[in-house]
Design a protein around this ligand. Sequence first.
Ligand SMILES: Nc1ncnc2c1ncn2[C@@H]1O[C@H](COP(=O)(O)OP(=O)(O)O)[C@@H](O)[C@H]1O
Ligand SMILES: [Mg+2]
Length: 300
Amino acid sequence: MSRVYDALRRAEQAGVNLSATPAAGPVPAAPPLNGLLDLIQEVPYTPNPEAHMIDASRPEAAPAEEFRALRTRLNHMQSLQPIHSVIVTSTSPAEGKSFSAVNLALAQANISGNLTLLADFDFRRPIIHNMFQIERSPGITDYLLGKAPLHQVIRKISGTSLYVMPAGEAVLNPLELLNLREVKAMLIQLPSLFNWVILDSPPLLFAADANLLATLCHGTLLVVRIGATTIDSVTRAMQSLCQNNVLGIIVNGARRGELYSKYTYYHSYYYSYGNRSGDKPGGEPGEMQEQKRDQPPAAG
Ligand SMILES: Nc1ncnc2c1ncn2[C@@H]1O[C@H](COP(=O)(O)OP(=O)(O)O)[C@@H](O)[C@H]1O
Ligand SMILES: [Mg+2]
């Protein structure tokens, strides 16, 4: 069963620190973004029917339930540590980073007053604008290039606590742009305004973008996709992320009950979201699970 266990066991053997190291510490003081929220344009919520986005009006339906469980775990962590910015990443393309980032953001924003910003930092293959059917530009790259002020690159989704920052105009040099000090300043400032800042990102093993961004976020969520993600790539990813407070692993595409025994349900530190039918929309998802970090994963 346990491709993820095996992968993480190996990562542990390789000396990767999976312990709950505090996040980047208290949010450093940054100039306040007074009045920014009032200037942001509102757009209607028009989810792309192809995008497999959760339906907040049917909280019991899968996969909404799984993302609510992930939300609960993260909000619990936030009550213990000052974690307000999270990057969602994975080793390779098409493992469900955008799917997970969007649905986690929707689940968070479904709590009234829980201001959540979803930011598309995958400048190489941005998709968030497409999922919400909003304009890609002006977006983050336009702000970083000085072509648009911050309030213009954020849209508020009407009737929710969700704000979306699309990627912006295509750029030839994403990594160079991410190295600008404005990125760091932005990721220090925004969590003072939004309770959650959730970043979508490119795959870890294909570009340095996500690793760089992970150093600027309070936590990292690693998505693995059953049947696609290899153990070696997870090991390499965990090694590269070891200093960046990996909060958990989202297991995408697992069958319900496939990963853990009943016993491990209460003691697993991985978050899992899965779908009985793999990629097929409408299939039932798997379970979301958490394990205390000081306990070894049970075999099973
Ligand atoms: N659990 C899932 N169930 C159904 N479709 C999924 C699931 N996870 C991902 N997908 C679909 O797989 C494709 C790739 O997912 P995506 O989130 O865009 O990957 P990534 O961002 O890692 O490249 C998308 O079409 C997405 O809707
Ligand atoms: Mg993506």
